[in-house]
Design a protein around this ligand. Structure first.
Ligand code: SR1
Ligand code: MG
Length: 433
């Protein structure tokens, strides 16, 4: 990826409109060649429906690309909430790392412009955003294998289990500047849903009493604050940082992880928990999308099976990488010589995975709660038009999440989570209290 000159007089950030983007891309020979035909024939549309950025699809005679431009503010809220453009730098850095660690599971970066905070990348077609597919009740047979490979490889190979201490610390330093994006997570996920915050919202009036209880629940406040500290102070690995089902594009045969602009060195369980939380929400929202009883039963069974497999297959792959590629400075091999040493190290691996599972459960719970009581919601619930029906699905999810967060000991296995989710599938909340 060689740096391309900007057209003269255009060396400052500006928000691109379709016409500006056409002129800009026309002067990038490799991109113009890939699109093919005359620039005037390219079709360009802004399609971004996320919370932060502009996303354009550019279609030419010979090919298509996606172009993402960071806005200097939070798109969801507006100019009153400024946000650094540097997140585009970190996103490109993360995409490049991930492409090396988990080949074929992220879109290829075709061009990056630091000044414009712009990334041109491979256009994924016919992939769709996974969350949309889940709302429609579609199942994805490749998903478990692909996402667990992505998680195991990106997390393991950026950790002290795999890399020398100096390399790991340089990695931490390279992403340390992404703190404004971390702050969004610290506030929106670990703090605001548990206090009065102007931007919080929920399905009112049905969830008013539940939201009030969450603001008074000190067991919950302790538990979420422990998780917040873990998020802030545990640079275990390079994490994606926003790995919900809106950051995953799928077909029946392929999976691609997109949008790592929240990437930094943080706790591994935050990424794994994000995947599991979003699957659990897809499951508990499913009843709200059902047009006749049982219509989505096969889909719901698939989702619960997928929750279980995400953890079990991730754990298998991660431990196997540790056994075969554990060349980092943690757990020096010289300290675990002989059969006895090998057995102790293997026991330690299992203990490590047990702790990682507990972290994952807690982070998954935090991810669920923020989507129901905080600022940014998701279409799994939002597309359930009848507010009472939506609130029922959300109340079930909150009940599951609260239990996962404060009663971690009651969830020693992934099966205990899916079993509880299944039991809550038809639970009727009493909105009066
Ligand atoms: C203000 S940004 C809200 C959310 O959008 C992103 O996708 C992240 O999930 C962030 O928390
Ligand atoms: Mg995103």
């Amino acid at each position: 990826m060689s740096p391309q000159p900007l057209p003269s007089g255009q060396d400052e950030y500006r928000i691109l409109r379709e016409a500006d983007l056409r002129d800009y891309l026309a002067q990038l020979p490799a991109i113009a060649r890939q699109l093919g035909g005359a620039p005037t024939t390219w079709s360009i549309g802004e399609v971004g429906d996320g919370n932060l950025n502009l996303v354009f699809i550019v279609r030419g005679r010979d090919g298509s690309i996606a172009v993402k431009q960071a806005l200097p503010y939070v798109r969801l809220v507006g100019e009153s909430w400024p946000l650094p453009l540097s997140r585009s730098h970190f996103e490109r850095l993360a995409l490049t790392h991930q492409a090396r660690l988990a080949p074929g599971l992220v879109p290829a970066v075709l061009h990056h412009d630091e000044t414009l905070a712009l990334i041109a990348m491979q256009f994924l077609e016919p992939h769709i955003i996974m969350r949309k597919g889940l709302v429609a009740g579609t199942t994805y047979p490749r998903f478990v294998d692909d996402i667990t490979t992505f998680l195991a490889r990106t997390l393991f190979f950026s950790s002290d289990l795999a890399v020398p201490a100096a390399e790991k610390k340089e990695g931490i330093a390279a992403f340390a500047g992404n703190h404004a994006l971390c702050k969004i997570t610290e506030d929106l996920i670990f703090t605001d849903p548990y206090r009065v915050a102007e931007q919080n919202r929920w399905t009112s009036s049905w969830l008013d009493a539940t939201a009030a209880r969450f603001r008074e629940d000190l067991d919950l406040h302790v538990a979420v604050s422990r998780l917040k500290l873990k998020f802030m102070a545990s640079p275990e690995a390079l994490i994606h940082g926003d790995l919900h089902t809106g950051s995953i594009m799928v077909t029946e045969r392929e999976t691609r992880v997109i949008d790592p602009e929240f990437a930094f060195y943080g706790p591994m369980g935050f990424d794994i928990g994000a995947v599991i939380a979003n699957l659990l929400m897809a499951y508990l929202a499913s009843a709200g999308h059902e047009r006749s009883p049982g219509e989505r039963q096969a889909f719901e069974e698939w989702v619960l099976g997928t929750v279980e497999s995400v953890w079990t297959e991730f754990a298998c792959k991660f431990v196997e990488l540790w056994r075969t590629e554990g060349k980092g400075d943690a757990y020096p091999v010289t300290l675990f010589a002989g059969a006895e040493g090998a057995a102790r190290l293997e026991a330690e691996r299992q203990a490590y995975m047990a702790q990682l599972f507990q972290d994952t459960v807690g982070f998954a719970a935090a991810k669920i709660i923020r989507r129901i009581l905080g600022l940014a919601h998701n279409i799994d619930f939002e597309l359930i038009e009848d507010p009472k029906r939506r609130a029922v699905c959300e109340a079930r999810s909150l009940r599951l999440a609260r239990g996962m967060m404060v009663d971690a000991a009651k969830f020693p296995t992934i099966g205990s989570i899916t079993k509880t989710a299944q039991a809550l599938r038809d639970w009727q909340p009493d909105f009066a209290g």
